[in-house]
Design a protein around this ligand. Structure first.
Ligand SMILES: Nc1ncnc2c1ncn2[C@@H]1O[C@H](COP(=O)(O)OP(=O)(O)OP(=O)(O)O)[C@@H](O)[C@H]1O
Ligand SMILES: [Mg+2]
Length: 823
């Protein structure tokens, strides 16, 4: 048959030899490539069996059949492992590389089919038959297929760098050879998978072959385009990044040129410089530096940026080393204290002693001062005066109502809206690390599931631990040990005991009317006058007015309410002055008070009061100082029950039960028929129900009230009493005597009944108060009754000689005598 001979572009290749298919030929299995008619194949032969073949065939044997091995063992294939269509090939070169290796160069001639395997060992040899397609006439279709496959392949070569342009030339030159030759040539050029190429070889019909080629080239083209697109995208993103870097670099250069460095970097540099200057440990600095680096990587609009910047700013705001110089001049300190506070002699003395020790010792590792007293007695202002006397900065840290430990110690910075705790904030506020910090209202500090704030305070106040106080937000230990802490509280009992144990308590009690007058005249009025922009001589408050304000407009232990009332007056005066009514000087007379302050809040209805059954005046000691407290009882038909109302604690309820039992046990002496107890119920009420009350000191007042209501004897309204009662009627001493006596005096009480055990406490009470009161000391409840209950003979109307008015006159006479005697 006629051989189709592809034209070689450059010539010089081996000569084509026309050959008929010999009936018997050695067969070489191909495992990794496919040879097409017209194509060439160069391969290294290393498999034993094939090496054997090449060694055995004579040199002049220049034809061989190459069949693809589709399955089986590479070293030892079976005949059925070979594809049924192969290629008759000319051996162009057979070059031994070593004893067991050949370089073989084959040139494909034509398709052949294995008719029969004649020999299997030592190599395959078989009978072959030529397989050739029928000649295909040139049609529009064939032309189209040829052109299409050609143009697609051109595109493939263009898009895929693995193909060389040379292939296109060879193909173009063979376009005229017809679809069969062209298809085989193209098949040998394309980089298709082995199976596909094998399929092309096995497909005898050239039209089909071309169609397959067109399909697969198109597929590869798509892939190539996709790859290229991907590549382009990757490239463009790289380009963009490079471009940005380039632009940024340019911007930096321009800014440098203009002396305007990148603001972000400049900020970071400022932070870095400031961090270097901080007197904190290196590992903390390292941590801060890391934060700065992170900052430079974040967008200023991100929330992380805000968090980190906030933290850095806070750390840098904290006064790590800033401090004021102490001036421990005791004489000066005394002068400052005297100038700022009237009275308070004992308190000032204690404070000066404390300062003296401070001066000698030179450190603050001592107990913490704690001022305890009712509101408005000058605890806070005394703290401020001490700070002034020492030349220290003063800052107030209120802890009342704080129930969350984090309020003191800060929230971790991961917490949204985290901040340092109040402790560190106080330092930021004053800007020095050795201020005087006044911890206000330690008795109102709370505690809940969020931790115990008092433990954080304890740590802050403990000289052994407070040189490295850790705020959770700050994260860097802060030294509190240069700070002078002073606490304040209204009542001592409410301070958590571990805290109380660390404190040296200084008590400030309420003021007498005279003291209040002095404080008002010397301190409050002058200060308020300047505060309101008035001239010193522009306002005077007459003594009468002042006393009335103290008595009828305020009822308090301290001077807070008084200060407020005076401020109201000053405001009104300031308004008059400002609106220019012409008057130069304002004297606030008694008659003016109502126009300035309205009606008095505490009109002393005392004058209108008179002895009553079932109302006693007790004396209580609350956080507001001493107070008078009325106890009321009524009796009704029933069966011996007692009802108690008015927000009482357990101790007070027990006092009621104990008092009731004692009164009943004394029924005979009190001339009460016993069945009265079993036929009546008593209701005891403690007014001002909103205020919680507890403690045993109302015992005598309760017992007197029950005795009064059961025995139908009025209680004298001008007698106030305090004292605990035992079940056997003994009166035990109680606390807060000074405050209670002051309260009684404020309420215009004439006689105060105190437990005998409290006699010594009267030394605390100012003379001017003692002068105006009669004190009766009781050992037993009967002593109280004798003083407070109207005598039986009057109550029962047995002695007609006395009537109430006469009795009163006689009693007043007697009291005058008693008082004179007491003095
Ligand atoms: N002895 C005093 N001499 C001069 N002014 C005084 C005196 N006591 C109190 N004051 C003045 O009374 C006002 C209230 O005092 P301050 O605020 O110190 O009371 P406080 O005891 O801290 O009360 P609180 O328990 O309510 O905090 C202040 O203006 C203070 O200057
Ligand atoms: Mg205060």
């Amino acid at each position: 048959m006629a051989q189709t001979k592809p034209k070689q572009p450059g010539g010089g290749g081996p000569e084509w030899v026309d050959l008929d298919v010999p009936s018997r030929l050695p067969i070489i299995p191909l495992v990794s490539s496919v040879l097409f008619p017209g194509g060439v194949l160069s391969l290294q032969v290393g498999i034993d069996r094939n090496v054997r073949l090449l060694k055995s065939i004579p040199d002049e044997q220049n034809l061989i059949a190459a069949f693809c091995q589709k399955s089986g063992d590479k070293e030892n294939p079976r005949p059925e492992d070979l594809s049924h269509i192969g290629v008759l090939a000319a051996i162009v070169q057979r070059l031994p590389l070593s004893s067991d290796r050949f370089q073989l160069f084959l040139q494909g001639r034509q398709r052949v089919e294995l008719v029969q395997m004649l020999q299997k060992e030592p190599y395959f040899e078989g009978m072959l038959r030529e397989v050739a397609p029928k000649p295909i006439p040139k049609t529009v279709k064939t032309e189209h297929l040829l052109n299409k496959s050609m143009s697609l392949f051109e595109k493939l070569v263009e898009s895929d760098s693995k193909y060389s342009n040379e292939l296109l030339n060879i193909l173009r030159m063979n376009m005229d050879e017809g679809p069969d030759t062209f298809a085989d040539l193209l098949s040998s050029f394309v980089n298709f998978p082995l199976e596909e190429k094998q399929l092309l070889l096995e497909t005898v019909n050239p039209i089909e072959r071309l169609e397959m080629l067109i399909d697969w080239i198109q597929r590869d083209l798509g892939k190539a385009t996709f790859d290229r697109e991907l590549q382009r995208q990757i490239q463009s993103s790289i380009d963009r990044r490079e471009r940005e870097n380039y632009l940024r670099e340019q911007l930096r250069v321009i800014q440098d040129e203009l002396g305007d460095a990148n603001p972000g970097e400049r900020e970071a540099d400022t932070y870095r410089d400031r961090i270097e200057a901080l007197p904190v440990a290196e590992d903390h600095k390292q941590q801060l530096r890391r934060e700065v680096n992170r900052l430079t990587q974040l967008s200023p609009s991100s929330s992380d940026y805000a968090v980190i910047k906030g933290h850095l700013d806070t750390v840098l705001q904290v006064p790590w080393s800033e401090k004021t110089e102490d001036q421990l001049d005791l004489a000066k300190a005394e002068a400052v204290l005297d100038e700022r506070h009237h009275g308070l002699e004992k308190v000032k003395e204690r404070v000066l002693e404390f300062l003296a020790v401070l001066k000698l010792k030179g450190d603050l590792k001592g107990p913490i001062l704690c001022f305890v007293g009712p509101p408005g007695v000058g605890k806070t202002s005394l703290g401020a005066a001490i700070a002034d006397a020492l030349g220290r900065k003063f800052v107030r840290m209120a802890v009342g109502g704080v129930t969350d430990e984090s309020e003191i110690r800060g929230h971790r910075k991961t917490y949204i809206g985290a901040m340092p705790g109040r402790m560190i904030q106080s330092y930021i506020q004053v800007g020095v690390n050795n201020p005087l910090i006044m911890i206000d209202e330690v008795d109102k500090i709370g505690k809940d599931y969020r931790g115990d704030p008092s433990s954080a305070l304890l740590e802050a106040l403990d000289p052994k631990q407070n040189h490295a106080f850790v705020d959770r937000y700050l994260e860097i230990p802060y030294d509190l040990s240069h700070t002078l802490f002073i606490c304040t509280a209204n009542v001592l009992d409410m301070i958590p005991s571990p805290l109380r144990d660390r404190m040296e308590v200084i008590r400030l009690s309420g003021y007498t009317e005279n003291e209040k007058m002095e404080i008002a005249k010397k301190h409050l009025v002058p200060e308020l006058v300047t505060d309101h922009g008035l001239k010193p001589d522009q306002v005077t408050v007459t003594d009468d007015s002042m006393l009335t304000i103290i008595r009828d407009y305020t009822a308090e232990a301290g001077v807070r309410g008084l200060e407020r009332k005076l401020a109201t007056i000053m405001r009104k005066v300031a308004r008059k002055v400002a609106s220019g009514t012409g008057e130069e000087h304002y004297a606030v007379e008694l008659t003016d008070l109502e126009s300035y302050l309205g009606l008095p809040a505490y009109e002393h209805e005392f004058a209108e009061r008179h002895p009553e059954i079932g109302v006693t005046t007790g004396l209580a000691w609350t956080q507001f100082g001493g107070e008078i407290m009325f106890i009321e009882a009524t009796r009704m038909a029933g069966n011996g029950r007692t009802t108690v109302t008015g927000q009482l604690g357990d101790v007070m309820r027990e006092s009621v039960t104990a008092a009731y039992s004692y009164v009943r046990s004394k029924a005979a002496e009190l001339e009460i028929e016993d069945r009265k107890f079993s036929e009546h119920d008593i209701h005891i009420h403690f007014p001002a129900g909103a205020i919680p009350k507890d403690g045993p000191s109302a015992g005598v007042a309760i017992a007197t009230c029950i005795a009064s209501v059961m025995g139908e004897r009025p209680v004298r309204h001008d007698v106030a009493m305090t004292g605990e009662v035992t079940l056997r009627g003994k009166v035990l001493s109680v606390g807060g005597i000074k405050e209670k006596v002051l309260a009684a005096h404020r309420a215009s009480i004439k006689t105060v009944v105190l437990p005998e055990g409290n006699r010594k406490d009267l030394t605390e009470v100012p003379e001017e108060i003692k002068k105006e009161l009669l004190f009766v000391f009781a050992e037993r409840v009967e002593d109280v009754w004798k003083e407070a209950l109207i005598p039986l003979y009057i109550a029962k109307g047995r002695d007609r000689k006395y009537d109430e008015a006469e009795y009163r006159a006689e009693r007043q006479q007697q009291q005058k005598g008693d008082r004179a005697e007491q003095r």
